[in-house]
Design a protein around this ligand. Sequence first.
Ligand SMILES: *[C@@H]1O[C@H](CO)[C@@H](O)[C@H](O)[C@H]1NC(C)=O
Ligand SMILES: *[C@@H]1O[C@H](CO)[C@@H](O)[C@H](O)[C@H]1NC(C)=O
Ligand SMILES: *[C@@H]1O[C@H](CO)[C@@H](O)[C@H](O)[C@H]1NC(C)=O
Ligand SMILES: *[C@@H]1O[C@H](CO)[C@@H](O)[C@H](O)[C@H]1NC(C)=O
Ligand SMILES: [Cu+2]
Length: 331
Amino acid sequence: MTSFLQHAVLCLTASAAVLAAPAKQPASVCTEIRHRVPWYDLTQEEKASYIEADLCLMNSPAKGLNPNAVTRWDDLQWPHVVQTATVHGVGAFLPFHRYLLTVHERLIKDECGYSGRMPYWDELHDIADVTASELWKEEYFGGDGTGPDGCVETGPFRNLTLRWVQNGSVEEHCLSREFNTAYLQMTNQDNIDECNAMQDYNDAWLCWFGGPHGSVGPHAAGHAAVGGVMGDATLSPGDPVFYLHHAWLDKLWWEWQLRDLPKRYTDMAGPNLPIAGSVLGGQGPEFTNYFGDNGNVTTLNHRLYVTELYPNVTIADVMDLHGDVVCSEYY
Ligand SMILES: *[C@@H]1O[C@H](CO)[C@@H](O)[C@H](O)[C@H]1NC(C)=O
Ligand SMILES: *[C@@H]1O[C@H](CO)[C@@H](O)[C@H](O)[C@H]1NC(C)=O
Ligand SMILES: *[C@@H]1O[C@H](CO)[C@@H](O)[C@H](O)[C@H]1NC(C)=O
Ligand SMILES: *[C@@H]1O[C@H](CO)[C@@H](O)[C@H](O)[C@H]1NC(C)=O
Ligand SMILES: [Cu+2]
């Protein structure tokens, strides 16, 4: 089977060269740390304008690399869809998602005028009952899915049309959800403590990703607890709550890093080849230096690629949350 990712990656590289129009400036220098807070700590005004800003991306025309994208929201989802096999199950899992959070933040600020603080989902706060979270209020993210397709039919995103399917082609579908509290409970404090106790990134990343002892850990828990689009490893950024869940996970990684600095500014490891047997993937030699690692282990030189929405950065660039690219702190 010719790998779709391989095909897509090569096409993207080619079109990137053709389209290498006005280069965007790299992230500016970090002079003022931006705050990330739990959703419920945003002001009423911040909450409303954050939702408005995501709607703005959903209602703005695409201008990214993939000609099948219709909206800016499709553009933003695309790097995650096309690279699903190289940003999950690998050392770059946490750094890639850290950069994707910043890309989303920059898009809503640069293109949709958002000026508030960035939210994360405080999942421990909602662990007793995912359905009771303030997130799902009618005026915020809307509620659970309903009907045979589990479509979200309440709230500002009830008419959201998503386009990408797993193989990277287009089939319009709704934003779906299927809440499940039992899954959310797998992001419990015990599991977090177990991941925090890991001494090396090589063990820790897998713990955050897959859970201690192969259980569903903090990453999969939030995805599966929301379910539907969020429960799909490839398509999950179609649900706007994806960014709040990944900010929560990123906070956990950062708190782990803080336990042993400066060592954990540079602790990087893990495999870098696409997941074997995944729908999009392959483990051929074309991948061993694709991201600049010069081998099959994830290094600080590994490029984080977001299909030209913003420039490539390296893992080294995002290891310090206070660095120029991310320039943020969790509260
Ligand atoms: C959603 O779609 C319905 C039915 O097409 C329409 O009546 C409603 O105004 C739309 N709402 C938004 C927020 O676009
Ligand atoms: C992609 O997946 C969709 C939905 O599963 C399917 O209908 C379509 O034929 C697939 N396209 C390709 C090119 O494989
Ligand atoms: C960005 O990184 C990707 C993936 O490694 C690579 O294919 C692409 O050429 C890079 N783009 C630039 C402008 O360096
Ligand atoms: C990585 O490369 C080393 C040395 O070439 C090899 O022994 C090892 O099996 C490779 N690991 C994977 C996961 O491909
Ligand atoms: Cu992901």
